[in-house]
Design a protein around this ligand. Structure first.
Ligand SMILES: [Zn+2]
Length: 130
């Protein structure tokens, strides 16, 4: 037995116009979860930041900056088409095959946890003794 789902069907103009009706999608503002920018990449939607028609894909917009604006860490990806298609994820100046990334990010997580632990110990040591 099929489950009965209530589906909102927009009102239909039944007056014959003699013209084919265009498909008019609901405005993205009605369904932000489905919003698709006109420039959204069709190969890596939500990941690639290239706009318009493109064959090579990338995202270079993820970075952590110091207070003075200098770069601490940036990550991104490049996917090149052409004679030798190639995909890499980079962490700062190092390129990785996608299958290699998790091993290196695990290492970074351990390092960042260590930074947290060091900061915690330093702050605890600075507390006035009771
Ligand atoms: Zn793309």
């Amino acid at each position: 037995m099929m489950m009965a789902h209530r589906i909102a069907v927009p009102p239909v103009d039944n007056k014959p116009s003699g013209k084919a009706l265009p498909f008019i999608p609901a405005p993205a503002s009605d369904h932000p979860e489905n919003a698709v920018d006109a420039s959204t990449c069709t190969v890596y939607p939500g990941l690639c930041t290239e706009a318009g028609e493109h064959d090579d894909h990338s995202n270079h917009s993820n970075r952590v900056l110091a207070d003075d604006g200098s770069l601490i860490l940036d990550i991104g990806f490049v996917s090149l088409s052409g004679d030798e298609p190639h995909e890499i994820v980079y962490l700062r100046n190092e390129d990785f095959e996608p299958s290699q990334v998790r091993a290196k990010t695990a290492e970074l997580r351990r390092l960042l946890d260590l930074a947290d632990a060091m900061a915690d110990e330093l702050m605890a040591a600075r507390q006035p003794q009771a």
